[in-house]
Structures are given as structure tokens and as C-alpha cells.
Design a protein around this ligand. Structure first.
Ligand code: ADP
Ligand code: MG
Length: 238
């Protein structure tokens, strides 16, 4: 049994079907990417995993437990968005500490965990800065630390690097990957960028129109696209 199992996920908004019986598995400690053009259902699938939307039918299980009926706060799933969504009136430290304070951890424990997370994302020295004093890349590092500090079972990342310029994006890609490997964190990463998916993923799920068009290791998908959609979509990367 896989760590994350999504079985026959189905979702429609009004008459438009956005997820058509999507099934996929993710192993513990794996980084998989949902890759596909805008509108294919990537964010909806992540939001259903996080509990921000509910499936019309199908199940989502993590570690053998069906979470698809649980409220978001009981799913133990972390999420990072394209817009950093930091609290503007809180320092870096307090932004990261927020979730731990909600869990009512002791103050020394919070300090230790937050400092560890700050070090992990290479933001030492920025503890007292406010979000507006940071670059986009640094703000996204705070968002990452904030999501990781509560030790979620899975981390969901919805186009987290898409708003950043190329150079900063590259360095965050490689930092994210090494953090993921160090922590052995299970991550589901969403992007519409073929090159990013190729660089960062253990496995890729190519999505089209609410379905998985192909899944496999990056080199496999690149070498043997299964149909014309995948070939065109992957081939447009240069
Ligand atoms: P992606 O993240 O791949 O760009 P989305 O999951 O955001 O795709 O959207 C998939 C489809 O569902 C799109 O056609 C979008 O317009 C539609 N959609 C997403 N959220 C809603 C919503 N809350 N209400 C109605 N339609 C929605
Ligand atoms: Mg999206």
C-alpha cells in the first residue's frame, strides 16, 4: 500500500467536470509533480487533498487512513501557495511560529523548532524582519519554513516558484529538493513548467483535462511520451 492513495477522485463545478476519476499513488518520502497546462485541474486536486474543496466521489488516504471526510485542520497536510500569503504584520519568526502557537507548544520548544526551520531554509539573521523587507524568494522560504515547522505528513506546493525570476527560482528548486531529501518529506508539487518538473521530481503525473495523461520518471516521460498531448506538452520545453 502506498503512503498517499488517491482513488477515483471526481469533482465538478456546476456542469463542468474538473477531475475525472483521477487515481494516483505517492510513496513515503517521494517528491511527485502534477504537471499540466493551466485549467487542467492541478490546483483543484491539491485543494481536495488539503480539504479546502471536497470531492464529489472518490477517496484520499494517507498512511492507510481515509482523510477525504476530515476537516482541513485534522488532515496534517501542509500547503505552500504561489502567493506567499504571509502575515504582513508579523516578523519572520512569528510567521513561522504561528502554527506551533496554535498547537499550544511550550515557548522553548517553539523557539527551538522555529530556529531550526529558519536554518533549514537559509534565513538565519532574518528572524526579526517583516515580509515587506524581504525579496520574493526569501518570502517563499518563510512560507516553506512555516509549512514544514509543524511536521506535516505531506507537503503540497501549488506553483510555489512560478512568480519568481529565473535565477532565484533555480536556487529555490535545488534548495527545496535538498530539504525534501534531508527530511524525507513526502511532497506533491504543482507546476505548468516542464523544465521545472523534469529537474525537481522523482515522478511526474502529466495532467490534461482533469485526467492523468501519463505518469512515470522524468526521463521515461521525456523519452517515451505516451500520446500526442504529452509529446507536444513536454516537447514545448526548451
Ligand atoms: P489548474 O490549477 O491546473 O490551472 P484549476 O484546478 O485551478 O486548474 O482549475 C480547473 C478548472 O476548474 C478550471 O476550468 C477552473 O476555471 C475551474 N474551477 C476551479 N475552481 C473553481 C471554482 N471554485 N468554481 C468554479 N470553477 C472552478
Ligand atoms: Mg493552479
Amino acid at each position: 500500500m502506498s503512503y498517499v492513495q488517491i482513488d477515483q477522485a471526481f469533482k465538478q463545478f456546476g456542469k463542468s467536470v474538473v477531475l475525472q476519476q483521477v487515481s494516483l499513488n505517492v510513496e513515503k518520502g517521494e517528491l511527485v509533480t502534477l504537471l499540466g497546462p493551466s485549467g487542467c485541474g492541478k490546483s483543484t486536486l491539491l485543494r481536495c487533498i488539503a480539504g479546502l474543496e471536497s470531492l464529489d466521489s472518490g477517496t484520499i488516504s494517507v498512511n492507510g487512513k481515509d482523510i477525504s471526510q476530515l476537516p482541513p485542520q485534522r488532515r496534517n497536510v501542509g500547503m505552500v501557495f504561489q502567493s506567499y500569503a504571509l502575515f504582513p504584520n508579523m516578523t519572520v519568526f512569528d510567521n513561522i511560529a504561528f502554527g506551533l502557537k496554535m498547537q499550544k507548544l511550550a515557548r522553548e520548544q517553539i523557539t527551538a523548532k522555529v530556529n531550526q526551520a529558519i536554518e533549514l531554509v537559509h534565513l538565519s539573521g532574518k528572524e526579526s524582519s517583516y515580509p515587506h523587507q524581504l525579496s520574493g524568494g526569501q518570502q517563499q522560504r518563510v512560507a516553506l519554513a512555516r509549512a514544514l515547522v509543524t511536521e506535516p505528513d505531506i507537503l503540497l506546493l501549488d506553483e510555489p516558484l512560478s512568480a519568481l525570476d529565473a535565477k532565484i527560482r533555480k536556487s529555490l528548486q535545488s534548495d527545496l529538493r535538498s530539504i525534501q531529501r534531508d527530511l524525507k518529506m513526502t511532497m506533491i508539487f504543482v507546476t505548468h513548467d516542464q523544465e521545472e518538473a523534469m529537474t525537481i521530481s522523482d515522478r511526474i503525473f502529466v495532467m490534461n483535462n482533469g485526467e492523468i495523461a501519463q505518469q512515470g520518471k522524468p526521463e521515461h516521460i521525456y523519452a517515451s511520451p505516451k500520446n500526442e498531448f504529452v509529446a507536444r506538452f513536454i516537447g514545448s520545453y526548451n
